[in-house]
Write a new protein. Structure first.
Lengths: 291, 208, 230, 259
């Protein structure tokens, strides 16, 4: 029996590099052969999209972007489709970001939005949208912005004075906004918006975030403090499915799915071995053996 | 100890917190503007604080180079690219195509890839350490695997049960547990606030 | 193809692969990537933050808000940390940051994290679908028991209440289970973002060539090392 | 015109009630009447881990996480350092070698002082070795690599991980597991808690590390604060119960919080 046991031990102490290799292979398979998986729509994403599509023309929406180059692939679809949809509905959009490395990502997504506007639709900077760019990552920043929109920074990201822009004529405090779209990336700073904007003025809030923040935000969705949320690649794929716009998220769910399946099987194997070893016979004294 | 070293900062912290808190509940002439200014000061100083961290990085790597510490050659590279970024950014402007080009070719791929590597570590660590040692960690492992797998589109192809279980865990027990945590954290903030206001908590001042 | 166009693809593809080599082992290619990252991120942040400070503090203090010059002085006082005799100076700006931070957090926390979270438990238990009632009941019980898990004085933890907080710990475990599932999904999604980038039609050939070169280097390096120490 | 802002009055009242409760609780505790805290299982777990290490002639590792004393993670690090005197004195009693790796310069000084004093209080200053307190690096990856190499090379039999951890947490816990060290972990970093619970032999959750710090340091402000928060939590539980019951008979208390 000694031989068999050593095999089980080997499986239990699998070299990390083998796990990496298994993971990499299962990640790559769908690129070669797509699986064509259907995307189920979850209630929180449905609520998010309903909120966006019911914004009446002329509403003023604040869009905050805190994704960085590593999280943007997960939030890009939700984010750019949301912006596009808001412009299609003739909403006015006010952009800002709390991450110093997010402004280039914003510009990149605006290019996509402009290219996908329906025929005949044009958007003009200063009239349909304004971008103040980066503001310091702190709760005080949001509080200051909500108290006096033109007071925190007096110029936009491109050096124009905010009061010279036509769109800003009627926007003075956080109360002049009808909705806040908060892209949190993986930062977990949605509390800034929840506490300083939603709580202070009652402005509705929807959140786009990486999956890592989903469990925490679900609580606020249930309590009604957050009106809806699109989380991670999965949320992006759902938004693509509901809205009909194409993006990268739907494609990206496939390698994710397959590697998750592989990994779940691996974890089940290692846990089965652990349980059978631990509870199958007398529990061994832990920490007793060092190889 | 001199008053201006400890008592002064405590008074300043007390006043800024008081202005911000009172203006949230009480309407008084001039108070709103004062509190807006205090908040803006908070935001501006937070910006400077990020800068202090940058100086620390610069200092420690210049130190590596001058003292020829191990791997000092890499520190040369680090300082060089830092200077390159600042030079290009200041010379051409933060919105210039030149500055965006070095972002797209150097910073973007490096930061994205560095964090993506964690996928590997997380998987191997999960394989080795994610074990049901007792009832509690058993529940953790069980719900963890079900949410991890159930959220994937492939799970609902295999059986819709997985998706439904995942959705149940996420929107019932998860919410119940996180509500306890959230209320606890909220109370912690209020407690910390009182200690700062009264000068009972001086940990933020650091050592001398 | 111009040199700039060539570099626009070659550099990001190479850096992506350099950093990924850490999964193989610690090697100079990875170190180059790691150090370039620290340097470039510090440089990038510096420029963007200077821009923010210019817009929020510098310009206003010369155009009608002279008071804001004080915020610049306070900001500069943060650097006193690096000078032993004037270290205490940095406590003043810190005091403002801590004071406003704590004040703002309290203002928001009472409503967002306490009263609204309390009232979120006021859910129907006598009317509605059985499944909804069951879920509501679980949310109420779970919220209360998990909160009571964080009671620490002994007046609240006699043997009856002790049992309640044990149930709370089980609900917390389910929360962390959901957290685990989300973290795993999140991490895998980040690496998919990079693979997506490497296999873009414009990048694919570069990716393949660079990967082959890097692998050759790593394996060769290993081989030489083993030869040296048999 | 001075007046309360409508819609915020209930919040204001709630805040005043909470602060009054906390204030009196801390005052009582400062005047010498320390409230009794329940026995935390974590302390038994630490005792057991150190005892086992002593039996097997192994060493001990204690670290306060990746947070520094100047950052927003200071609370976690300080709670961890508040638990150090207990661990260090136990190590002195049992004549165990104690490794204290850190990623923060300021923490390095504090750790040295606390450890030296603890060994002195136990009358064994000769066992204290400054070389066991290692400043590794303020870069998270280098820090975790350093801790992992200590775990693997120094025959560690008990590992105590308290404080705030970034993504490094899971790697440390996993390594402790692999070398067969008994581990007690606790963190307030929400994303790391699952790893600590699944990977450590005993795990403290979130707020518990602050309680542990207060429990072990017996600092009146912290202990009084904990007791005050307990009263508030009991109050909240009562309000939830009342609200849920009234809701079933058609009375919604939610409006009370919107005054």
């Amino acid at each position: 029996m000694a031989e068999k046991k050593s095999l089980i031990d080997k499986i239990q102490d699998l070299d990390p590099k083998i796990i990496y290799a298994i993971l990499l292979v299962s990640l790559l398979i769908p690129y070669v052969r797509p699986l064509g998986l259907p995307i189920p729509i979850s209630p929180e994403t449905r609520a998010y999209w309903d909120y966006i599509t019911h914004m009446p023309p002329g509403s003023v929406v604040a869009v905050q972007l805190a994704s960085d180059p590593s999280t943007i692939p997960q939030t890009r679809s939700s984010h750019q489709i949301t912006i596009l949809r808001l412009f299609e509905q003739d909403c006015k959009v006010f952009f800002f970001t709390l991450r110093d490395d997010a402004p280039p990502l914003h510009e990149e997504m605006m290019k996509w939005v402009e290219a996908h506007l329906s025929a005949g639709k044009t958007i003009t900077y200063g009239v349909n949208y304004v971008n103040i760019g980066y503001v310091a990552d702190a709760e005080a920043t949001i509080a200051s912005l909500v108290a006096d929109v033109k007071g925190l920074v007096e110029q936009d990201a491109y050096g124009n004075s905010l009061s010279s822009l036509p769109m800003m004529a009627d926007i003075n405090t956080g109360a002049d906004f009808d909705l806040v779209v908060w892209n949190d990336g993986s930062r977990g700073i949605y509390m800034y918006a929840l506490r300083q904007w939603r709580e202070k003025l009652g402005t509705p809030l929807v959140i786009i975030a990486a999956t890592i923040n989903k469990p925490g935000i679900m609580n606020y969705i249930q309590s009604g403090q957050v009106a809806g949320g699109a989380f991670g690649v999965d949320g992006g794929a759902q938004i693509e499915t509901i809205s009909g716009y194409l993006g990268d998220a739907k494609k990206a769910t496939e390698p994710g799915s397959l590697s998750a399946l592989t990994l779940t099987i691996l974890l089940l194997v290692s846990n089965t071995i652990y349980i059978s070893k631990r509870f199958g016979k007398q529990p061994e004294i832990k920490g007793g053996e060092v190889k | 100890m001199a008053l201006y070293k400890t008592q002064g900062p405590i008074v300043v912290a007390f006043l800024s917190a008081l202005i911000v808190i009172v203006s949230n509940f009480v309407d008084a002439p001039g108070l709103g503007q004062l509190s807006t200014d205090v908040k803006s000061f908070g935001a501006i100083i937070a910006g400077f604080a990020l800068f202090v961290g940058l100086l620390g990085i610069m200092q420690s790597h210049v130190n590596n180079v001058t003292k020829r510490k191990p791997l000092w050659q890499y520190s040369v590279l680090l300082v060089a690219v830092l200077v390159l970024f600042i030079a290009v950014g200041l010379a051409y402007g933060a919105n210039s195509t030149q500055f965006l080009w070095i972002y797209d070719t150097i910073y973007g791929p490096l930061t994205a890839t560095t964090y993506s590597l964690l996928a590997f570590w997380v998987c191997s660590a999960a394989y080795r350490a994610f074990k049901p040692r007792n009832l509690e960690s058993g529940i953790l492992v069980f719900t963890g695997l079900l949410t991890f797998f159930g959220i994937q589109p492939i799970a609902s192809v295999i059986s819709p049960i997985f998706y439904n279980i995942q959705s149940f865990i996420m929107s019932v027990p998860n919410i119940a547990g996180s509500r306890g945590i959230v209320i606890g954290i909220g109370l912690g903030v209020i407690g910390f606030g009182l200690r700062v206001l009264l000068g009972w908590d001086r940990s933020w001042m650091g050592a001398d | 193809m111009s040199v700039v166009e060539f570099l626009t693809i070659l550099l990001p593809v190479s850096f992506t692969i350099f950093v990924m080599t850490l999964a193989y082992d610690d090697n100079p290619l990875y170190e180059i990537g790691a150090y370039l990252l620290i340097g470039s991120s510090a440089g990038w942040s510096a420029v963007v933050i200077i821009d923010f400070l210019r817009k929020s503090a510098w310009t206003p203090s010369f155009t009608g808000k002279p008071l804001y010059f004080l915020s610049i002085l306070l900001g500069l006082a943060l650097f006193a940390r690096y000078f032993k005799n004037y270290r205490w100076l940095y406590r003043y700006p810190m005091a403002i940051v801590i004071g406003t931070g704590v004040g703002l957090a309290i203002n928001g926390a009472i409503g967002a994290q306490i009263t609204k979270q309390i009232s979120a438990n006021f859910l129907p238990l006598v009317s509605g679908a059985p499944m909804t009632i069951f879920n509501n009941l679980l949310i109420i019980i779970g919220s209360m028991t998990s909160l009571s898990y964080f009671l620490f004085t002994d007046r609240f933890s006699n043997k009856y209440l002790g049992g309640i907080s044990k149930i709370g710990r089980l609900f917390l475990m389910a929360t962390f289970g959901a957290g685990f599932g989300s973290v795993m999904t999140f991490r895998i999604e980040t690496i998919i973002g990079r693979i997506d980038y490497l296999v873009l039609p414009a990048n694919l050939y570069y990716s393949i060539v660079v990967t082959i070169l890097v692998l050759a280097y790593l394996i060769g390096r290993d081989y030489l090392r083993r030869k040296k120490q048999p | 015109m001075v007046g309360l802002i409508s819609g915020k009055i209930s919040d204001f009242v709630v805040l005043l009630i909470f602060w009054a409760t906390l204030y009196f609780s801390i005052r009582t505790s400062m005047s010498g009447k320390l409230p009794n805290l329940r026995r935390l299982p974590a302390i038994d777990a630490i005792d057991e881990a150190l005892g086992r290490a002593a039996e097997m002639g192994k060493t001990v590792l204690f670290t306060h996480g990746t947070g520094t004393l100047e950052s927003s993670e200071a609370a976690g690090s300080l709670a961890a350092i508040a638990a150090l005197p207990y661990v260090a004195r136990k190590c002195a009693q049992l004549e165990l070698k104690l490794f204290l790796p850190t990623g923060s310069h300021t923490a390095y000084t504090v750790l040295s002082e606390v450890a030296r004093e603890s060994y002195q209080l136990e009358g064994k200053p000769e066992l204290f070795d400054q070389n066991n307190i290692q400043y590794l690096s303020n870069v998270a990856r280098a820090y975790s690599a350093g801790v992992m190499s200590t775990l693997m090379t120094q025959n560690v039999g008990a590992a105590v991980f308290l404080g705030s951890y970034h993504h490094a947490g899971l790697m440390l816990v996993e390594t402790a597991n692999r070398v067969g060290a008994l581990s007690v972990g606790g963190t307030d970093s929400t994303s790391q808690i699952p790893w600590f619970v699944a990977g450590c032999d005993y795990a403290l959750i979130g707020e518990e590390i602050y309680a542990l710090g207060a429990y072990l340091s017996k600092d009146p402000v912290s202990v009084g604060g904990l007791a005050g928060l307990d009263i508030i939590k009991a109050l909240i539980l009562a309000v939830i119960t009342l609200g849920v019951v009234l809701y079933q008979v058609g009375i919604d208390l939610t409006g009370w919080f919107r005054v």
